[in-house]
Design a protein around this ligand. Structure first.
Ligand code: SF4
Length: 470
């Protein structure tokens, strides 16, 4: 049995799925109970210090398990492992395997080595190509969704960000390999794929790909069996007209863009090295909304970046009030060792950051509720994802614009994971919508009724033996 804990972004979610898929090949089943596992893996995140604190307190708990069962293998993967394996092993010398972001596909070799070698297995070398076999073990989640990596790394070096150091420079996969993987995932029950990369807009020829990102989206959206295509994360400076046009050309492309702005102050954006001004960002967001009024735009915002004064923060509040994002993910800045911003002197006091975060979240909450409220009384296509997390009697799904909808499902639909249905929206909250079932949806594989597709996907999910539950 393997227990796996994942911190961080969609790239880590995907890497965890690849690990579980690789281990399933050699007979491991996933467990939610670390006490029952022979292998414990932690896929780490170095983007914020909170996740690192959590990692070390978690490792402390697993050390107790290892004392009781010395044969237990503990492995640490991801960005913390990549950035500083020596520091990690100094703090947690009982860890058996440390492997970085370019070596996920070699997990089985590392387990073999850990079983035969007395010492710790450490592998954090960067590789300079993305080979098809690295993605051989990607899994479809139980809710019929899958992530597909189209590239790795980032060349942008935003002043606060550790990613270029932990994931290396941008490398794109060949489009034929990506489409072959999507076809395989579709045959395994995927109804929705999300193309992921640290900066998907720069997918292409300069980094080893063989077509533009919009062209890749068009190809992905034509894959038989795939009803929905999403992507993340986009860098605002690289949003092209061709990409904006792709939303009208690829019918399966969902109307949602996550477009991290990070700040509404030109001075702070410059210091962050984001490569756009507030007005340039706003012009792109407004153009997207004017062409596609049903487009959901979400964003990331960092408060308390070094040097952020009251006026800078007011500019950020002004921007969210102007652009009315559908939602934001907001964070207090925390310095990441090795980044440019960590050496800045003008850090903002913790209590000021906390207060700004509170004010920002309060302002956004009102906007989100209002934008969700505008959908009350509309009919939405919803893809069924499973039981509601807040009310076990309700079923949960997602609109094309990415909002969660909870509704009572009629008999036969509750387990139809991946089926698309129509839902009349009856209520709106900060984190979800409520609705009533209104019939089968349109997004289905040609020639087959949507519900039958959903039931087939449910059967495929059950056959996966619970290994892909996340
Ligand atoms: S674009 Fe900037 S924030 Fe995003 S991964 Fe690259 S360096 Fe980090």
């Amino acid at each position: 049995m393997v227990y796996l804990e994942t911190f961080g972004c969609q790239m880590n979610e995907l890497d965890s799925s690849r690990m579980i898929g690789a281990l399933a090949e050699i007979g491991f089943r996933r467990t939610d109970n670390p006490g029952a596992a022979e292998v414990i893996l932690i896929n780490t995140c170095a983007v914020r210090d909170k996740a690192e604190h959590k990692l070390y307190s978690m490792l402390g708990r697993f050390r107790e398990l290892k004392r009781e069962r010395p044969g237990l293998v503990i492995g640490v993967a991801g960005c913390v492992a990549q950035r500083d394996s020596a520091a990690l092993l100094k703090r947690a010398p009982y860890v058996d395997i440390v492997f970085g972001t370019h070596n996920v596909h070699r997990l089985k070799d590392f387990l073999d080595k850990a079983a035969t070698d007395a010492g710790v297995v450490v592998e954090t070398a960067f590789r300079d190509a993305l080979e098809p076999e690295e993605y051989a073990f990607n899994e479809v989640a139980a809710d019929a969704r899958a992530f597909v990596a189209i590239m790795r790394g980032c060349n942008n070096f935003c002043a606060y960000c550790i990613v270029p150091y932990t994931r290396g420079r941008e490398l794109s996969r060949r489009s034929a390999d990506i489409i072959a993987e999507i076809e395989r995932l579709a045959r395994s029950g995927a109804a929705e794929v999300t193309l992921v990369g640290q900066n998907v807009n720069s997918y292409g020829a300069n980094s080893g790909g063989d077509c533009s990102f919009p062209e890749l989206l068009r190809k992905a959206s034509m894959t038989a069996g795939i009803k929905r295509v999403r992507f993340m994360t986009s860098h605002p400076k690289d949003i092209s007209d061709e990409l904006i046009d792709a939303f009208s050309e690829a019918p399966n492309l969902c109307r949602h863009m996550h477009l991290p702005v990070q700040s509404g102050s030109d001075g702070i954006l410059k210091k962050m090295r984001r490569g756009y001004t507030r007005d340039e960002y706003a012009a792109k967001a407004r153009r997207i909304r004017s062409l596609y009024p049903d487009m959901s735009i979400t964003s990331d915002i960092i408060v308390g970046f070094p040097g952020e004064g009251d006026k800078d923060f007011e500019d950020t509040l002004g921007l969210i009030s102007d652009l009315r994002f559908d939602n934001i993910f907001s964070f207090m800045y925390s310095p990441r060792p090795g980044t440019e911003a960590a050496a800045f002197k003008d850090h903002v006091p913790a209590e000021v950051k906390a207060e700004r975060l509170r004010l920002l979240q309060e302002a956004q909450r009102g906007i989100t509720i209002a934008r969700n409220g505008a959908l009350v009384g509309t009919m939405q296509e919803v893809m069924i994802e499973g039981d509601s997390k807040t009310n076990a009697r309700m079923t949960s799904g997602r609109t094309r614009c990415g909002r969660i909808v909870n509704f009572p499902a009629p008999d036969g639909y509750r387990e139809a994971l991946g089926a698309t249905i129509r839902v009349m929206i009856t209520g709106a909250y900060a984190n979800s919508l409520a609705g009533e079932f209104a019939g089968q949806g349109q997004g289905r594989t040609p020639g087959q009724p949507a519900l039958l597709n959903g039931l087939a996907w449910a059967a495929a999910a059950q056959q996966r033996d619970g290994l892909s539950n996340r």
